[in-house]
Each structure stands twice: as C-alpha cells, then as structure tokens.
Design a protein around this ligand. Structure first.
Ligand SMILES: *Cc1c(COP(=O)(O)O)cnc(C)c1O
Length: 413
C-alpha cells in the first residue's frame, strides 16, 4: 500500500521543518520497533479491552433491514469505546508509544474537541502532562468539551491566528513541538499530517477492521458486499476498510456534503470537484483551497468532518479506485439519524450518520441475501445542541432559555 517514505500513489510524504527531522526519525524508529514487537500489540489489546470495551460489538440492525428490504445491515459499534468514539484507538496506541520513547508530555490539536478529550483522557491515565491547542472560535463553540479537557488536567490553549479553527490549532501544535521536542510527543488526531502519522494512526485504527471481518464471517459465514464509513481526516474509514482491503468488498467513504456540493458550503475533498492537490500542514493530498493555495472555509453539520485536508492514504485509494467516495448533505444526515435512533435505539454521532445516510440510499437495491457494514464511529450524545436545533425541538429551546434566565437571576452558582 505504501513505500518507506510514506507515499501513497504520490500522496503523503513528510514536509517538515528541518529542526524536527531528528524527532520524526525517532518516532519512525520507535513505531517500526513497536510494530515488530509482538508484546507491543498484546499490550495494546490489553489496555483496549480493559479500558475501552474492545472488541466492540457488531450489531445486526434488524429493524432497519426490514424497513429497507434490501441487504442485511450490520453496525460496527465504535460508539461504545471509552470517550465515545474510535478516537480512543488512536490515542491509547500513541500513548503506549510515548511511554516507549520515554517522553513525559503530550500535545494535540482539536477542532470539535473530541480528539482533545480523548488525548486528555489518555494523558490522565498514563500520567503525562498535556496541552491541547484549539482555535479560539472552537473554544467558544465547544464549551462542554473544553470543560472536560480542563477537568482531566489538560491545559487548553485558544489559538488566535487565522480563522481561529482547526487548521490554525494544528499549526500552533507544530510550533510547540519545535520548542519542546525533547520531552514532548504530538498526538495527531487522524490519518493525516506528515509521515509516519497517516500510517501510524491507521495501524492503531486497523483494530476496527480486524474485529469487524471476524465478526461478520461468524454472523453471516461470508464477507459483506459493501462497507460504509464517514470521512473527516479518514482514520475511522481506514480503520474499518483495512480489514477488507484485499477482499472482493466494495469500500465506500462518505464525506460531508454540507448544504450541497454545488453551494461551496461543504467539506468534500474527494467526492466533489472542489478539491485540488496541494501540500500543506506537512503532507500532500487533496485540499479545499483556492487558486493561490489559500485554504477555503468548510462547512458541515458534523464538526468532526469539517476539515480542509484528507488522509493521503485515502487520496491514494481514490486514485487506484479501490475506495469509492460519496457525499451526504446535512439534511440527509439529520433524516438518517432520526430514522436510526427510532428504529434501532442507537444514537450515532452526526459524523457517523453520514455513513448511514449513504448506506440507506444504496441498500434497497442490494439483494436480501447479501450484507453491508456501517461503521458507527461515535455516539451522538455530544451532538444534543446541534440535533435539538435541527429538529426545532420547542421543549429543548425552553429548557435552554430557562437555564439562561436562572443564570441571569443569579439563581445558579
Ligand atoms: C473525529 C470523528 C470523526 C472524523 O475523523 P476520522 O479521522 O475521519 O475518522 C468521525 N466520527 C466521529 C464520531 C469523530 O469523533
């Protein structure tokens, strides 16, 4: 799938400041050694099973299957991980590497705050010092996650550069790393960035696909016809896809279609015509950028999919045609979410609901003797503010107003 320097069909690479070369060499070496040490994966499986509910179940969605009358629908339950998403797979794995390298401090970027919470949780568990970089705009929008990061002992630094969102937080995290590389590891949150991050993050996330393949073979005695996953940076998709890469199974990555691919208000780098090849943030991939290479504003109802770049591994898999990319709009996503909650009693994250939305479009045309898997990358409890607004729930609005009134009257605190 890749060569030694982390190139995938010409995408990827490591475009880093020279001062970080030794740090990256150290990381590549530590990762390669860990990969070849059977004890390391054992240690990883041990912590994932005792701290994060692995293996996560594969749930047969009987009611949705009956509703659509096509292929059998199975859901891979990454929502049942500790901290509520597949992000735990990556942060715990990198945490074990940090221990191996003898470092004592971790830093991370976060947009919506989910990766920040996961990293702060890992740091608390392993006893590392932790700093999280977050755009100032996101700090304001995502107060609940900032609250938990701080309770978990992390220092949250609001980034005031640029648009004050995720890409600015990533740049600031790299600046910190340059200053503190001796004791610090940068826990990058997805399968993006300079080599070895795309490969390393996918490696830890491959636990999803390894489990899912075994589980579906046990349940159905054959492989699924298609596997669906949402694509932000690409880590949960690569995680589940990796289990089926060499099988005759269609792999479908679903990006944020936002308000529609013809509106410019989306985050579809691979499934729209708006993405173009460039080098930024240390790697080469498809970015949403203008002719001058300036990054565009992106939009999605799901904060975790709202990113200008995408994994170079996925860009390579688009090039070879191994993975098909589609987009789901905000509207389709909210509809799919409502249906899934009602029919199955599970609450997918808004990000994950993109995979559900696309699968629901395709599943009626598939034979009832076949099966599909949808990766439920996370749980949707975190999305209550966004989802309640989208459903225009009057009782929720009244609740928020009442809370505000209580604060104003100083009845709270
Ligand atoms: C962060 C996040 C994503 C997007 O990240 P990927 O690297 O593309 O997987 C998707 N789903 C959930 C629930 C997330 O928290």
């Amino acid at each position: 799938m890749n060569n030694e320097r982390g190139y995938y069909q010409g995408f990827g690479g490591a475009f880093i400041p020279e001062i970080l070369t030794a740090t990256f060499d150290q990381l590549v070496k530590a990762f390669q050694e860990a990969k070849h040490d059977p004890g390391f994966w054992q240690e990883y499986l041990e912590i994932m099973s005792t701290y994060s509910c692995r293996p996560t179940p594969l749930t047969f969605a009987e009611n949705l299957t009956r509703h659509f009358g096509g292929a059998k629908i199975y859901i891979k339950r990454e929502d049942l991980n500790h901290t509520g998403a597949h992000k735990a797979n990556n942060v715990m794995g990198q945490g074990l590497l940090v221990k191996r390298m003898g470092k004592t401090r971790v830093i991370a970027e976060t947009g919506a705050g989910q990766h920040g919470v996961a990293t702060a949780t890992m740091a608390a568990k392993f006893g590392f010092e932790c700093t999280i970089y977050m755009g100032e705009v996101d700090v304001k929008r995502q107060r609940p996650n900032v609250f938990w990061m701080e309770r978990l002992g992390a220092k949250v630094v609001p980034v005031k550069d640029g648009a004050r969102t995720l890409k600015d937080a990533i740049n600031e995290a790299f600046r910190d790393w340059v200053r503190n590389m001796d004791n610090t590891h940068y826990v990058l949150g997805t399968a993006c960035g300079p080599h070895p991050f795309p490969e390393m993050v996918s490696y830890f996330q491959s636990i999803i696909g390894t489990e899912a393949r075994k589980q579906i073979l046990k349940a159905e005695n054959k492989l699924p016809e298609r596997v669906y996953a949402c694509v932000g940076g690409g880590s949960n998709a690569l995680g589940i896809f990796s289990g089926f890469m060499d099988d005759p199974v269609a792999l479908v990555g679903v990006e944020a279609g936002g308000k529609g691919l013809n509106t410019g208000l989306h985050a579809s780098r691979l499934s729209s015509k708006d993405g173009s090849i460039g080098v930024a943030q240390g790697y080469k991939t498809f970015f949403l950028q203008d002719e001058d290479g300036q990054m565009k504003e992106t939009h999605s109802v799901a904060a975790g999919l709202d990113y200008v770049g995408v994994s170079p591994i996925l860009a390579g898999l688009k090039e070879t045609g191994r993975v098909r990319f589609e987009a789901a709009t905000d509207f389709e996503v909210i509809e799919a979410l409502a249906l899934t909650i009602q029919k199955e009693g599970v609450i997918p994250a808004l990000e994950s609901a993109h995979a559900f939305a696309r699968a629901f479009k395709e599943v009626p045309s598939l034979s009832p003797s076949s099966a599909i898997i949808i990766n439920q990358s996370g749980r949707g409890d975190k999305d209550i503010f966004t989802v309640a607004d989208a459903f225009s729930d009057p009782a929720w609005k009244a609740f928020i107003q009442q809370k505000a009134e209580e604060y104003n009257a100083e009845k709270l605190y």
